[in-house]
Write a protein that binds this ligand. Structure first.
Ligand code: EPU
Length: 333
């Protein structure tokens, strides 16, 4: 059923008290197709937004269009071999419920991505990543409906995955709605403990030990959106040429980096922001989190405009100090 004038307060982890002109939730691919072909969708063809758990979104104001939300929550093993399984998961399944499900069965692949807020559909759009893993390493294929109700299957290669990037954020933005994602998980495998101090935190040898370590690391740095509105990392970590990094390191010897390829490195935006003195600072009711400068928080009652204004100041300061342009990871609507 199409609901008009719908509050999005419970649908965005930044806690913005905004409304959508209309809202539609579907529990199956067929229900979505029927809706897309109905006259109810017609006025919104050019003005709709598909949301997951709203954990990577910042609304600046009421949304004058249609918000679509998947409540497709199937989860099935569709193929099993001696080595692993293919699991087909509905786009509306909570991402971390899927990780918990896989860890309970001792399946390898998703454990480093424990505790990431959001839903399965968004995982495939955003190519979520953490602790040395990215979801594109697990994705076998993505099922979606075009706006004409036609079904399309995307292979992993067709999704054009990059750092927090995919074809669904670029060429195909607003053209397809994801209904299910199939992930490949392994029955055995080496644990991926190379990121930062993860190895020191993991107390055993199972995927569950990794999950526990990742969850505790996240809890120590990232604010819980139930108590402090936020959308995780607000900015992407910028990728810069190695020569530029080397110049910067002459001035700031402690500047961290991660190798991207032979020519480029990724620099933690959180470090850059902290060096600019923003960590723990507020501008109005929006602030930079005290334990992780990459995360902007809503201290209570902040508007989207206040968060955007804080973000602008930060971008400018980072640019002036380091000559690096940082850009939002969060979708600003
Ligand atoms: N750092 C600082 N100050 C800060 C924050 C970080 O100096 O305030 C330094 C740390 O000391 C460390 C480096 O920056 O040397 C990296 O920090 P961290 O491991 O916390 O990771 P990140 O680069 O800040 C990325 C992802 C996170 C993910 C973590 C862990 C992006 C944009 N963010 O953050 O993802 O959880 O790695 O893998 O890539 C998200 O996307 O919402 C998110 C939380």
């Amino acid at each position: 059923m199409l609901i008009r004038d719908y509050s999005l307060l419970g649908h965005n982890t930044f806690g913005m008290d905004v409304k959508a002109a209309a809202y539609f939730e579907y529990t199956s691919k067929e229900a979505l197709r029927t809706f897309l072909l109905s006259s109810d969708f017609e006025p919104y063809r050019e003005c709709f937004l598909v949301i997951g758990a709203g954990s990577n979104l910042l609304f600046r104001k009421d949304y004058d269009g249609l918000v679509l939300h998947s409540a497709i929550r199937d989860l099935d093993i569709i193929e099993e071999t001696d080595d692993g399984v293919l699991v087909r998961v509905g786009s509306g399944v909570c991402w971390d419920d899927f990780v918990a499900w896989s860890v309970e069965r001792n399946l390898h692949g998703a454990e480093n991505l424990s505790g990431i807020p959001g839903e399965v559909g968004a995982s495939a759009v955003q190519n979520i990543g953490a602790y040395g893993a990215e979801v594109c390493q697990l994705i076998e294929r993505v099922e979606a409906l075009g706006l004409d109700g036609e079904e399309r299957l995307f292979s992993n290669e067709e999704c054009n995955y990059g750092y927090r990037d995919s074809i669904f954020k670029r060429e195909l933005k607003g053209k397809y709605i994801i209904t299910a994602v199939t992930y490949r998980l392994c029955k055995q495998g080496n644990l991926n403990l190379s990121y930062g101090n993860l190895r020191e935190r993991v107390e055993g040898t199972t995927v569950n030990d990794v999950r526990e370590a990742v969850c505790s690391l996240r809890a120590s740095k990232l604010p819980d959106p139930h108590t402090l509105g936020n959308a995780g990392s607000f900015f992407k970590n910028p990728v810069i040429p190695r020569w530029q990094y080397e110049h910067l390191r002459d001035v700031w010897p402690s500047i961290p980096c991660y190798k991207v390829d032979d020519e480029n490195v990724k620099v933690p935006a959180g470090w850059l922001i902290e060096q600019c003195g923003w960590k723990g600072c507020a501008l109005g009711r929006a602030a930079v989190h005290e334990h992780q400068a990459l995360v902007l928080v809503n201290l209570g009652g902040a508007t989207g405009g206040e968060v955007v204004s804080l973000a602008r100041h930060i971008v400018e300061d980072v640019h002036n100090k380091f000559g690096i342009e940082i850009s939002p990871e969060v979708n600003v609507i």
